[in-house]
Design a protein around this ligand. Sequence first.
Ligand SMILES: Cc1cc2nc3c(=O)[nH]c(=O)nc-3n(C[C@H](O)[C@H](O)[C@H](O)COP(=O)(O)OP(=O)(O)OC[C@H]3O[C@@H](n4cnc5c(N)ncnc54)[C@H](O)[C@@H]3O)c2cc1C
Length: 360
Amino acid sequence: MLDCIIIGAGISGMVSARTMIEAGMKIAVIDNSWRSSASRVAAGLVNPITGKRFQVSWRYNDFLSFAKSTYSRYSKLDAEDAYLKPFPMLRLFADEQEAHTFRVKIPTLFPEQYIGEQFSSNSNVLHPSLRNEFGGYRTLETYTFDYNRILHVSASLLGETLIPFHVESGHISNHKGIWKIQTNKGELLSKRILFCDGWVASRNQWLADLKLQFDIVKGELCIIRSSELPETDIISRGFAIIPIGNKHFRCAATFQWNDYTMIPTSFGYERLNQRIRSLIQCDYEILEHSAGLRPTMLHHKPFIGEHPKHTCLYAIGGLGTKGALYAPFMAQELVNHIANGRTFDEEMDLALHCQHLEIT
Ligand SMILES: Cc1cc2nc3c(=O)[nH]c(=O)nc-3n(C[C@H](O)[C@H](O)[C@H](O)COP(=O)(O)OP(=O)(O)OC[C@H]3O[C@@H](n4cnc5c(N)ncnc54)[C@H](O)[C@@H]3O)c2cc1C
């Protein structure tokens, strides 16, 4: 009998699996070979200030300190380079209006710890390949996260306890408090089930009666090669060009609503080119183009908790654009709940997400 079966081996499922194993739990993870995974395509940027209105990311410091210690422990255990690495970022203003908003906002809103050196338009501190018509600033406490490496290393650690299978809702049943999943490798029995199924949670029949309010957003991104661009900084303006070594850069991402496919489009390709050209003025070549769906919620907060009707059926989701930042904190929340009966963080508790419903 397993302590938990996790459905989904994206960042939330993998970090949950590792946290449970560290807590001595016996687990299995089922994943349909990353068929719908956002983690497989994510750009891997972790950044405290986002959007045109310079929003400070919700509880950034809490989540970041947890993420730093978790990922650094994993990289040591795995004998790998750091998965989460500090990386300097230049935020370039889009126009005079944005530069003005920033200057007005800084003294009132920003924790100083996130704002580094500010520079004016056409400042010669920047590389000539960057377009700097309106000035900008250096964001501090920014990181890159290697989603693909941690997923692959974790998958090989899990070995046969990672089962490649697509779970349909009818494969899952509960008899006298024991959860059963029928897989191609036979029947799995467990005390608990945890859904970490990313954006697919919005269609998950086991969660349907919770009426969780998703706002799934498609994103396209590409990898470019450019011999002229500097590799010292991430360059950003609501769209980022991230150095990934060897003169390659990940450029991310577009935002598209109402397209629920993971297929890269010609519209997305054109949009990516526009965004790249708005940031740089040098030659580049697009090498790869991909797309994914962000598991975003309408109110932009992730959820964690136990289904109010199905005992021991848990879900972690809604990680939106910040899976790398949120996953370690959420996994630990769940293990604390299972091991010590601790209540879930109020702002993320699934029960609160669906308080408006009467579930009988
Ligand atoms: C274009 C783009 C750029 C992004 N950039 C960043 C970024 O810079 N930084 C950042 O932190 N985040 C970024 N994100 C967001 C990040 O990808 C997500 O927050 C994170 O990956 C969500 O992880 P997850 O584990 O919840 O879901 P997923 O990664 O989607 O994992 C869910 C897994 O469950 C599997 N699954 C689903 N249903 C079933 C089933 N029925 N049976 C079996 N398996 C199933 C899926 O195939 C998948 O492998 C980006 C996302 C996109 C699309």
